[in-house]
Design a protein around this ligand. Structure first.
Ligand code: 13P
Ligand code: SF4
Length: 308
């Protein structure tokens, strides 16, 4: 008898069965919807997922996230097939810089050390000196020789935050995450007034004015770690609302309040359970970084890993 794959549990079981048969590993970013995080073998931030997947003996990586994350998995696991279940799940911030624009900048200012956020394409990483994540950006900037000026791409908010923390000579690219950048100081003040005892956690992709109001500035995995150790009960969350699911699951006695109901990344919500199943059945869409770009991009990622 044909299985009814409209039922959540059946779909979930079918994905697990096929994933095992294909020797696949399913990864989900912290912003993915609950049903996707529930079916995943590993949840976390993008770099952490790619690093952990590379050390497994899986033949296939199913990346539930956005395109640059699947590319990072391909950079670190060239012998595994990397699948992104919905091909056009992209990142508007990653699209705010191209390899050609960066090459042009390098020719104009050859003295700059190019520090590139992992939220970029492999082509852009390949033109960079060193990568960074939101969790290690300050340490990466501090690792650059003090006499060398830095160009930090593409996120102007992350770069401003790092510049304020390190007092380094940092040139800033004008990119931003439309979701985090949209959160306003007034929205934060209003929610803080309603919840005066709550700790406000903000992601460094938020604007400078918002970060100024934060009790703690953390990456997604940094927020998860922080909340686990905190003895506080209420938290205002200044990042994409998908993270509230893993936070609530791990801390059932704590309360999480989104800083704004607009903190939703449409691209992070594109993948559905039936897309994962189709992807495992057809082994597509595949994301593969060509070897020439991969080796140059990997050098920038490895430079980062060597200092953190
Ligand atoms: P992290 O999970 O690295 O904090 O990144 C946030 C993000 O915007 C991913 O798209
Ligand atoms: Fe890109 Fe922002 Fe969405 Fe992350 S939340 S994938 S940075 S648009």
């Amino acid at each position: 008898m044909k299985k009814d794959l409209t039922d959540y549990k059946t779909l979930h079981d079918e994905i697990k069965r096929l994933s095992k048969e294909r020797n696949a590993i399913i990864l989900a970013h912290n912003y993915q919807p609950p049903e996707i995080q529930d079916v995943a073998d590993l949840c976390g931030d993008s770099l952490e997922l790619s690093i952990r997947a590379a050390s497994t003996d899986a033949d296939i990586i199913v990346f539930c996230g956005v395109h640059f994350m699947a590319e990072t998995a391909s950079i670190l696991s060239p012998n595994k097939k990397v699948l992104l279940p919905v091909e056009n799940a992209g990142c508007p911030m990653a699209d705010m810089i191209t390899a050609d624009l960066l090459k042009k900048k390098r020719m104009e200012y050859p003295e700059l050390c190019i520090v590139t956020y992992v939220n970029t394409t492999a082509d852009v990483k390949a033109e960079s000196d060193i990568c960074c994540t939101s969790a290690n950006a300050v340490s990466v900037a501090n690792s650059v020789q003090s006499s060398v000026p830095i160009l930090m791409v593409p996120d102007k908010n992350l770069a401003t935050y790092v510049k304020n923390c390190t007092h380094r000579d940092i040139h800033i690219w004008n990119g931003y995450c439309p979701i985090h950048d949209n959160l306003t100081k007034d929205q934060v003040c209003e929610i803080k007034e309603k919840h005066p005892d709550a700790v406000f956690l903000a992601h460094p992709e938020c604007s400078f004015e918002v970060l100024d109001l934060a009790d703690e500035i953390k990456s997604t995995s940094g927020m998860i770690e922080y909340v686990k150790k905190s003895d506080k009960r209420e938290f205002i969350i200044g990042t994409e609302i998908g993270i509230i699911y893993p936070l609530s699951k791990a801390n059932p006695d704590k309360v999480f309040i989104p800083a704004s109901s607009d903190l939703v990344c449409k691209d992070m919500k594109k993948i559905r359970l039936d897309d994962i199943l189709r992807s495992l059945e057809t082994l597509s869409p595949e994301v593969k970084v060509c070897e020439e770009i991969r080796l140059r991009a990997k050098r920038a990622v490895d430079n980062m890993l060597s200092i953190t």
